[in-house]
Write a protein of this length. Sequence first.
Length: 92
Amino acid sequence: MKSTKTRFVRAVLIGCVSMTSPVLWGNAFTISTTLPSDLQSASSVFSKYVEVFGLRVLATSSVSDAKVLHAANVLAEYLDNDENGIIDQAEV
């Protein structure tokens, strides 16, 4: 019989793989290095941009692309929990 600690570690690892699946199997988002015209005033600070369901994820040049894409994926999963491409609750 496996110890509780071993089962917990496996559960955590399975959860991590499940939560990062968009990164593991391709990414639906593309990082742009050009901010939209209405955000040009912020271009002296932010140099990376991703749009998720009309919301914007901005990042500085020191943030890795992997972290920007991770933030975009987390936001997308929050808004579209069943991952059907439609925001679950537009009020959010």
